[in-house]
Design a binder for this molecule. Structure first.
Ligand SMILES: [Fe+2]
Ligand SMILES: [Fe+2]
Length: 292
């Protein structure tokens, strides 16, 4: 590529901020504000939902689905938000923007944006389950961290297609994980790209670390261990269970176990979460979640 890392980072930020990817910045910032602010109401959430017609349609579709079993049909957005629940609507709002970016039926060397989206949704779900079950915590940033951890892959696919394809090929041929191959072909990997963007968008520090260290969690400072280890664990599980796209087929079981024990998570407890995750994914599949 012949560019220094600094120049490359500047170029990436410029390209991303001029593209459709930057639409994620606004929705994530707005939703994180609502998550943090205890006094936010259904009205604040309605304002976000109403600005986004495809999201509006999804919220109404979900509220009227058999899953919630309401006897009458719901056509009012605020009513639909109350019916589905605040948390689910926030997740839906985040998912909607991210999934719009991933909706491209274009497969190259086993990679497709659709399957990456399924992977990212599953990692987000798994992260949330770990926080709730194991830490009894909601975790303001954890769902977004799971959903966006592989954002750098989209950036590579969009702006550096040729080098990205080389990395995919190299990873398959040499039996190495994608992020290692990327360092050779692009001189930067997708985790570092994600970290750069999150930093430029003024995302919370926790989120920047979780996105940037999702393949190399041991480099984390103590303060961010919980979120970084959780994203690593969830990412590992989704790859092992082959839910959606697999960017790191060569897994380090020792590192996985280390993250589990440092987080105080027992192997048995993790098995229960995995079973629950698979059930949830099955339900989402049946609802057509990963298609439109
Ligand atoms: Fe990754
Ligand atoms: Fe991943």
């Amino acid at each position: 590529m012949g560019k220094s890392e600094n120049e490359l980072i500047k170029l990436i930020i410029k390209l991303v901020n001029k593209s459709d990817i930057s639409s994620i910045k606004q929705v994530v910032t707005e939703i994180l504000k609502i998550i943090k602010d205890e006094s936010s109401s259904a009205k604040d959430l309605r304002n976000i939902v109403e600005k986004d017609p495809p999201l509006c349609a999804k919220v109404l579709k979900l509220a009227n689905s058999a899953h919630y079993g309401y006897p009458k049909s719901i056509s009012d957005i605020q009513e639909a938000i109350i019916c589905i629940g605040f948390d689910a609507v926030k997740e839906l709002a985040l998912n909607q923007k991210v999934c719009e970016l991933f909706m491209k039926e274009d497969t190259t060397h086993g990679f497709s944006r659709l399957s990456l989206w399924k992977h990212c949704s599953a990692v987000a779900l798994c992260c949330k389950m770990i926080y709730r079950r194991e830490f009894r915590e909601r975790g303001d940033n954890i769902y977004v961290a799971g959903l966006l951890h592989d954002l750098g892959i989209i950036v590579e696919d969009q702006f550096f297609r040729e080098m990205f394809e080389q990395a995919l090929k190299k990873s398959a041929q040499e039996g190495i994980n994608l992020y290692i191959a990327e360092k050779a072909t692009l001189k930067i990997d997708h985790a570092a790209i994600a970290r750069t963007i999150a930093d430029d968008w003024n995302f919370p520090d926790e989120l920047i670390h979780a996105m940037g260290l999702h393949h190399e969690p041991t480099e984390v400072e103590e303060e961010f261990e919980r979120i970084v280890f959780t994203v690593y664990i969830a990412n590992y599980i989704c790859q092992r269970e082959k839910i959606g796209y697999v960017d790191a087929p060569f897994r380090d079981v020792n590192l996985f176990n280390k993250c589990l024990s440092s987080s105080g998570i027992k192997a048995k407890a993790m098995d229960i979460i995995v079973e629950e995750l698979k059930e949830e994914i099955k339900k989402l599949d049946q609802m057509g979640w990963f298609i439109s």
